[in-house]
Design a protein around this ligand. Structure first.
Ligand SMILES: NC(=O)c1ccc[n+]([C@@H]2O[C@H](COP(=O)([O-])OP(=O)(O)OC[C@H]3O[C@@H](n4cnc5c(N)ncnc54)[C@H](OP(=O)(O)O)[C@@H]3O)[C@@H](O)[C@H]2O)c1
Length: 283
């Protein structure tokens, strides 16, 4: 598996298995075990996905050494502010059944972000978190918060795929060697993206499915990708993207698919409150 070097010196596998919207108590356990069997060594969960415990159980039962598996989780908005974040980190460690988390993110950029970040920095110092990062930060939000931090985040996990290539954000983050993790790397299953003529043409040429073409493009373009599937054949296929290479002309054709817009706007009015109302992970 190809690895990407982060600005704190740690390495992260370029393809991770995403478990958003996979239920706990069975389905996440089965999907993560299938992913580990297929060769994934990077799992992306979050406190708000309510399935950290299935991830932890599958990692343990896989028989693969914990040190070979990269686990990401994320702090939810209810646990922002310094004191609440310290507790939130402990809860993730307990739910995952591990004494460290490889990468821990501030899931959303609202509320007492600076206080929550301070708790992440301290937990990193204590060895409970190996790398720390943020998510859903647009260039404007990044410039509002990150200058207040002592540590520059290792990653910013944002919506990113050929329809929304985050060119402005990438130019900004490149300056500080901050890596982008692409969520919705398959457009959350968007049929227009999967059936786009350029994607279909390349799928036929390389004998791959549309998802593999999207993921290959993204990884070849320097992104860390987090495809999700509950179907064993797709779980296996989505990691088989290292046996072919797109030409520079093909990369340009896919770069031209950018619309500059995504489906989620982190700057929309009221989005923080709406998210808090939508995901209540504890009282
Ligand atoms: N930080 C954040 O705020 C945030 C937000 C959203 C997501 N994420 C992370 O990013 C991960 C990925 O996002 P996502 O799961 O929403 O979207 P995604 O990975 O872009 O797309 C998943 C969808 O594509 C389908 N699919 C999977 N492989 C395919 C293939 N080869 N060909 C065609 N369709 C395929 C899946 O269906 P089947 O399951 O039926 O195969 C599912 O409907 C999440 O699991 C999560 O870890 C983070």
């Amino acid at each position: 598996m190809m690895e990407v070097r982060l600005n704190d010196g740690n390495s992260i596998p370029a393809v991770g298995f995403g478990v958003f919207q996979i239920p706990n108590d069975g389905p996440t356990y089965d999907a993560v075990l299938a992913a580990l069997k297929a060769g994934y060594r990077h799992i992306d969960t979050a406190a708000a996905y309510m399935n950290e415990s299935d991830v932890g159980k599958a990692v343990k039962d896989s028989g693969i050494d914990r040190s070979e598996i990269f686990i990401t989780s994320k702090l939810w908005l209810q646990d922002y502010g310094y004191e609440a974040a310290k507790k939130g980190i402990e809860t993730s460690l307990v739910n995952l059944g591990t004494d460290y988390i490889d990468l821990y993110l501030l899931h959303q950029p609202y509320g007492d972000v600076a206080g929550a970040w301070k708790a992440l920095e301290e937990a990193k110092e204590e060895g409970k978190l190996r790398s720390i990062g943020v998510s859903n930060m647009t260039p404007k939000i990044w410039q509002e918060y990150v200058p207040q931090f002592n540590t520059v985040p290792a990653v910013n996990q944002v919506e990113c795929n050929p329809f929304f290539q985050q060119k402005e954000l990438r130019a900004l983050l490149d300056k500080e060697d901050v890596k982008i993790e692409a969520y919705f790397p398959l457009g959350h299953g968007n049929p227009q993206l999967l059936s786009h003529p350029v994607v279909q043409k390349l799928a036929e040429k390389y004998g791959k499915d549309a998802g593999q073409i999207l993921l290959r493009f993204e990884v070849q373009d320097g992104l860390i990708v987090l495809p999700k599937s509950t179907k064993p054949e797709r779980i296996e296929g989505n990691i088989c993207i290292f046996d072919f290479e797109l030409t520079s002309e093909e990369m340009e054709e896919m770069r031209a698919m950018d619309t500059g817009k995504g489906t989620h706007d982190p700057e929309a009015p009221g989005v923080g409150e709406n998210l808090l109302n939508a995901y209540k992970i504890h009282d």
